[in-house]
Design a protein around this ligand. Sequence first.
Ligand code: HDD
Length: 711
Amino acid sequence: MSAHEAPVPDPPDKQEQLDPVRDHAEGTHLTTNTGTRIDDTDNSLRAGERGPTLMEDFHFREKITHFDHERIPERVVHARGAGAYGHFRPYASLAEFTKADFLQDPERSTPVFVRFSTVAGSRGSADTVRDVRGFATKFYTREGNYDLVGNNFPVFFVQDAIKFPDFVHAVKPEPPNEIPQAQSAHDTFWDFVSLQPESLHTVMWLMSDRALPRSYRMMQGFGVHTFRLVNEHGQGTFVKFHWKPLLGTHSLVWDECQKVAGRDPDYNRRDLWDAIDQGDFPEYELGVQLVPQEDEFRFDFDLLDATKIIPEEIVPVRPVGRMVLDRNPDNYFAETEQVAFHTAHVVPGIDFTNDPLLQGRNFSYLDTQLIRLGGPNFQQLPVNRPVAETRNNQRDGYGQHRIHPGQSSYAPNSLGGGCPMLADPDAGAYVHHQERVDGARIRRRSDSFADHYGQATLFWNSMSGWEREHIVAAYRFELGKVVDRTVRRRTVEQLGHIDIGLAAAVAEGIGVPAPEGPPAENHGRRSAALSLANRATNRADSAATRRVAVLAADGVSGGHVTALRRALAEAGAIVEVLGPHDGELGTADGGRLGVDRAMNTMTSVLYDAVCVPGGAASVAALAGDGLARHYVAEAFKHGKCVAALDDGADLLRRVGLPGVRLAGPGDEVVHDRGVVTGAGTAVAAGDFVTPLIEAIAAHRHFDRDADQIAA
Ligand code: HDD
């Protein structure tokens, strides 16, 4: 065997690799950065008790200098994020399509680090803003790191990377006053997109509930671009990557988002952290849409156009593996902040296409890491370090952590024995997919990128009734914040190219005329997979990890609470008893019940469902408490499951849930559009629990008459 063909040794596991750099403080003493022990870190060294500080206080100077340099530039986009480690494992070998090592063996898992993010806001902004979410995965494969740097939308706002700075400048806070933070609801964003029809399709996604994920654990991910898989024969296949959360894809509603942004700005970050901490590990299925090379021109759009999807009905998504996130980082800065993704971090078997957005990204990510992470050695940071061996002749630079012995740092060399040697293409070297490229040097987009309305219309046509209502409401909200009337009008005219009904509904809300002239023809095509209401593709009927608030006061039925707690816990839900105060409550049968949280410290928007157990005194106290009534009204308004046992339903009656049938005398259990009421005996018999869990698992019930509810 020649040295070129030497087998690649199995790398260490990523966590094993990180262990030596985890710097635990237990049992240690405070020292300077050079190891000198320190006996006082509270008083600077002074000339006399009331005298000036001395220059020779090296501990003071080192401590302050380090502090002064603690911050690094935040990411220009995707500044706010949350990360987690995990593992990916393919279901079966994908050797037919790709030689990528991590997609070959269902017995072998590959460590990953995932960073989820919002895009527009600064590091300290709220999680539940209307925005695209980043979904970036670093696979630490045996052949090097592979980064799949995707979003939770399958399309992007611009077709060519050269437009990215314009788009980002438009959506970011406006230059004169840096207002508004983390919002697209302002003039410059709508000015730009109304002049830029290629953005329309992605803006439709942004106005939909897709932009308001309930959780990073309940959010799809997409590689967006068409990439290329390459097998060991050098044969290429076009591919679109999809992540599907096993908990289903679920969203919040806009009113809820705005309230959560104040009540818990860390809502999505906390949710991810808590779930992993409690052992509810988020899982996602990796899917691929595969298109043979010879089918490149089979579609009525260009595969290289990142503003287009391949509808799943035309090319189905084939599930190929599963990712589990099972470990929180130890240190936010060291890991989640310093992780450096780059679309050009690829491994053999995964290649690019000529998508002009992707080509530009391949330049941008390396460039940004150089300044953000202080130089060319950012790959040596623990979170970025591949588990595969790295060897080359790149040397020195800021933050060099490796010592390279030896005389030669160039190739070819004889003094270093020719090392590091070039790898054989047949022994794991990356070989770029060969493709003939010729053409005139030109700044022009292909005509095949010209249709900007077809898929925006496809998206609109595919929405259910309530999704359309939410989209119209979102446009009305956003454009209602736009001061310039011309921008409002221009946007409505653009919408007229998608659907005249949509344009008219938005126009009415923002006080501008509906577009004139003959309405654009709607092609009538739909893609059922796009709707969040579609059970088959986007839902998971599970109440697991859903948060349920049980409202109680003194005199509550302890039996109801115990039965609810047991049944919901069995379904994997998280139950919290909320009382008028913290501590304990007395139950109807003379027992004591611990309160998990005082009602005033929480709010219905932090729960997926609200339950009211029986107990005359408890229900009377809650009915007289505006805060308790607000929990019920608000949960109902946001389409959530609301449930009550026995006289607990009196609280629902007091609130007044329009048109909803509640259990009365003689009714065992009544389930009406997510409102579940019934007799206490039914909870004991388990009959109440099945509809309750169904109602929670269904996530939201928008077929209610909730507009008249004040909450
Ligand atoms: Fe980007 C970060 C996703 C277009 C330039 N991008 C960034 C992150 C994600 C994406 C998830 C955060 C990674 C992390 O968590 O650290 N970006 C996308 C997607 C795009 C896209 C799915 C379109 C399909 N991006 C895009 C373009 C450019 C950039 C066209 C520039 C030409 N993106 C960047 C960047 C960032 C970044 C400036 C900021 C911080 C970073 O890279 O590390 O280089």
